[in-house]
Design a binder for this molecule. Structure first.
Ligand SMILES: [Zn+2]
Length: 481
């Protein structure tokens, strides 16, 4: 697979430390609020990447953290802890907030067909490991104590900026207006590994450490969790592009200083989703969540389909109109698949593997999901039987995860029911209950045979069940009232 590497700024042939096996890490959510669909764009694209690697024959061990402590309002070490902020807002404990929003996050993932990673680790469950890491960094001279906190000393690194060549002043942390500078830091890029003194009012969760009671910084958790579950050689690290600096930059600094050799060979960053007014999470004051999409009548998979139509390294503009277009295209696609006859077989394996190969090349070119979607339309037009075309689509959907065959089967089932109700030149339309369809048909037959007493008796029986029948030319329709 050819994949863009943000660390080298170019597309590279994807290789792994152990042939055939991928150690993959994903920065997980900070569980203080619902994920907005901009966040979820990253998780969708990372899910497609993982599934593509498996499709390509790799074994994948994918690890994700859940941030339930230490992530302050700014990604640098300033502002209030996001979890504490969430707890105050909802008058709950930090752990209640963490559990509630962790569950909400995985609910969203399920609705979007995002597979749960092999390992999911909440930060609060691994505090001892983080302490060991910080001790190691202090021992090796990469960290220092100041004002009661432990800081990483970026001046010890030959190269700190990995993902960009920007001028240090442009990127320096703590220079934004309204953000107070931490006077304990020797250099403004230094970052907190362990807090014991600052940011303590209201901090609910604290642990004993060699430096006093405190809590870990945000960046150390990803290094700690990845080193524990992925080992010292990470093949692929994923996240939203906003995490590249300072979060991922700091992860590299910590991990490589601790293990003493290069850590992660490939960095995958998903770009932003923006609305027309330039915001990532809101549209006209509405917070964009999966639940909001559902309330407005969208199938969450329409959002997945919408994301797949564009490249992960390009910004994506969200408007309701764009989503409507995606919904229309998705429904049309399902209908076309439903029109294929599964009994039109047998499956021609040679044709299936020919299409699989093409799909691997297309999507394997820097995760080109738009070409993956186009491949679905090509498969529909393949000059082969329905069963073979369905097998090709099924194969592609292992990566795209749009539930195509299930949805098409449901459409086919619905069509079958409607057909079954259409007998003897009479069409019964209703709410899909075969028992009611049968009664309405009996009444129709009775009327046709001029047995009006029987027809009225059935009408009354249906009425007693709360069902209203309307006669139509050539049949009848019914509804529950
Ligand atoms: Zn992370």
């Amino acid at each position: 697979m050819l994949l863009y590497n943000s660390a080298t700024h170019k597309k590279e042939e994807f290789t792994t430390h152990t042939p055939g096996h991928v150690e993959m890490y994903t920065c997980g959510p900070t569980v203080y609020h619902f994920a907005h669909i901009g966040n979820l764009r990253s998780y969708i694209m990372e899910d497609v990447l993982e599934k593509f690697l498996r499709y390509d024959g790799y074994n994948v061990n994918r690890v994700m953290n859940i941030t339930d402590v230490g992530h302050l309002s700014s990604d640098a070490d300033t502002g209030e802890d996001k979890m504490v902020k969430g707890a105050k807002r909802e008058h709950k404990t930090v752990m209640e907030i963490a559990q509630y929003y962790t569950d909400a996050f995985f609910d969203d993932c399920r609705k979007l067909n995002i597979k749960t990673p092999d390992v999911v680790q909440p930060a609060t469950g691994l505090i001892d490991e983080f302490i060991t890491l910080v001790e190691g960094l202090l021992d090796k001279g990469y960290a220092y104590l100041a004002g009661g906190n432990v800081y990483f000393d970026t001046s010890r690194l030959e190269r700190y900026y990995i993902f960009n060549d920007h001028d240090e002043e442009d990127l320096a942390v703590g220079v934004r207006e309204g953000v107070e500078e931490d006077k304990n830091k020797r250099s403004k890029n230094d970052f907190v590994l362990w807090f014991t003194k600052s940011k303590f009012e209201d901090q609910a969760l604290k642990w004993d450490s060699p430096w006093g009671v405190g809590y870990p910084g945000w960046h150390i958790e990803c290094s700690g969790i990845s080193l524990k579950y992925n080992g010292e050689y990470l093949d692929l690290h994923c996240g939203g592009v906003d995490n590249a600096f300072p979060h991922h930059t700091n992860e590299i600094a910590q991990s490589e200083s601790y293990i003493g050799h290069p850590w992660c060979s490939h960095w995958f960053h998903v770009h932003h989703l923006n609305t027309n007014d330039g915001k990532m999470s809101k549209s006209k004051g509405e917070f964009l969540t999966v639940s909001l999409l559902e309330e407005k009548g969208y199938d969450p998979l329409v959002y997945r389909f919408f994301c797949l139509q564009s490249h992960y390294r390009k910004g994506l503009v969200f408007t309701w109109e764009n989503l409507d277009n995606a919904a229309g295209a998705y429904q049309k696609l399902i209908k076309k698949i439903a029109a294929l006859d599964p009994a039109d077989g047998p499956v021609d394996e040679a044709v299936v593997s020919e299409y699989r190969e093409k799909f691997r090349t297309q999507v394997g070119s820097d995760l080109n999901t738009a070409l993956g979607v186009t491949a679905l339309y090509d498969a529909l037009k393949a000059k082969t039987g329905g069963a073979t075309r369905l097998a090709i689509l099924d194969s592609f959907d292992q990566v795209l995860s749009l539930s195509l065959l299930d949805k098409a089967a449901a459409v086919r089932e619905e069509q079958k029911k409607q057909k079954a109700s259409s007998q003897g030149g009479c069409t019964i339309t209703g709410e899909g209950d075969p028992a009611v369809d049968a009664l309405v048909l009996q009444r129709y037959e009775a009327k046709r045979a001029k047995n009006f007493a029987e027809a009225d008796r059935i009408r009354d029986e249906l009425k007693a069940q709360g069902i209203e029948v309307t006669d139509l030319p050539g049949g009848a329709s019914w509804k529950r009232v």
